[in-house]
Design a protein around this ligand. Structure first.
Ligand code: AMP
Length: 359
């Protein structure tokens, strides 16, 4: 069977690495000549919304999936008439627009920070009256890794943010002084079976995920699963979905969802019985899902902008290095390492050594 992936970045690359042992083949669509999945997959080098390229992809593949949200929905809707696209486009339509996403959270009684649509400078003037200071101004679309968002502490920030973001549809949200960020990653198949990975605890730096740690037996696991189940069922979802949440004073507030494999689930490659990548493929191809149990205590560290010296990383016990074959560039994810240990104390020590290698 051949899987088509829209986007040929590291997520596509890791999907292919998980799929080859299952006998699967892959074609990616990506406009970049050097898309990092292209060394492993057949590569259609064309814009994501190129109708000829999309129909070529559909002809070749049994199912089409996507590795990022900023895909042209209109182009995929045409394709969906003749080809299986999983996860469903309704999930994509919600997740690529923060206003629609948060409105869906509200409908499903999934707690989320207070928010309001900002369509004019007048709306922005209203925001601090409703949300208080500080608040966060974000673009509704095309934001990722903290791009297109500003924390607004006072009036001067407000004008600066407006000057840089105006002209795009915006959303303002309450600033949440959370104690921690977590994500729950679930997988649902076409028959409605849902399974979850253990909760991930995530640390972001400058809006980009820095580390994720699998938290076995965390008391927020079940509450997070309950919230994610509402989404998975409402969207009649097929595949892996990640729900990112803030924890504040024992409560969970949903920040965003990703209808795809997620960076906070990279630890599952070596840390779980079946990785998120393999389970995504199993779900979209209607194969039995694999157990999501953790095999050890595991953490993942992203390499952003530059890769540490591989030999230094590989010298550490319990470490697994993943490089993405991407040119180093500021703010770019160029690789990650997973680190495992039999208990949390040893994991702390190993993680400390790994973090010390980062520039
Ligand atoms: P996002 O692109 O929405 O995932 O935001 C990236 C990161 O910015 C999040 O992981 C948080 O660390 C921070 N952030 C986003 N929204 C808020 C908020 N409303 N309150 C506090 N921090 C936020």
């Amino acid at each position: 069977m051949r899987v088509g992936i829209i986007g040929g970045g590291q997520l596509a690359r890791m999907l292919a690495l998980a799929g080859y042992p299952l006998g699967l083949e892959f074609t990616v669509l990506d406009p970049a000549q050097d898309a990092c999945a292209s060394v492993l997959c057949e590569h259609i080098c064309a814009p994501y919304d190129d109708p000829n390229a999309l129909s070529q992809l559909a002809e070749k593949c049994d199912v089409i999936t996507y590795e990022f949200e900023n895909v042209s929905l209109e182009a995929l809707e045409v394709l969906a008439e003749t080809t299986a696209i999983r996860p469903p486009l309704t999930a994509l339509a919600k997740s690529r627009d923060r206003l629609k996403e948060k409105t869906l959270f509200q409908e499903l009684e999934i707690p989320t920070p207070r928010f309001l649509a900002i369509d004019s400078h007048q709306d922005l003037e209203t925001a601090p009256k409703i949300l208080g200071w500080p608040f966060v101004l974000k673009t509704r679309q095309f934001g990722y890794d903290g791009k297109g968002q500003h924390v607004i502490h006072h009036r001067k920030d407000m004008e600066d943010a407006w000057n840089s973001l105006q002209g795009q549809p915006l959303i303002a949200e309450s600033f949440i002084p959370f104690q921690r960020e977590v994500s729950i990653i679930g997988v649902r198949n076409a028959h409605g079976q849902i399974i979850f990975y253990p909760l991930s605890e995530n640390v972001h730096k400058n809006g980009i995920l820095h580390t994720s740690r699998c938290r076995l037996g965390d008391s927020q696991t079940r509450p997070a699963e309950v919230l994610a189940t509402r989404l998975l069922d409402r969207l009649d979802y097929v595949g892996v979905l990640a729900l990112e949440l803030f924890e504040i004073n024992g409560r969970l507030l949903a920040n965003e969802m990703a209808p795809r494999v997620h960076n906070s689930g990279h630890w599952t490659i070596e840390g779980a019985e079946t990785s998120q990548f393999e389970n995504h493929l199993r779900a979209i191809l209607d194969l039995p899902l694999g157990t999501t149990e953790a095999v050890k205590h595991t953490a993942m560290v992203n390499f952003i902008s530059v890769l540490p010296e591989p030999t230094d990383v590989l010298e550490l016990p319990g470490v697994h290095l993943h490089t993405y074959g991407k040119t180093e560039r500021p703010g770019r994810k160029v690789g990650h390492a997973t680190i495992r240990a039999a208990d949390n104390k040893i994991l702390d020590i190993r993680l400390h050594h790994l973090l010390a290698l980062l520039p």
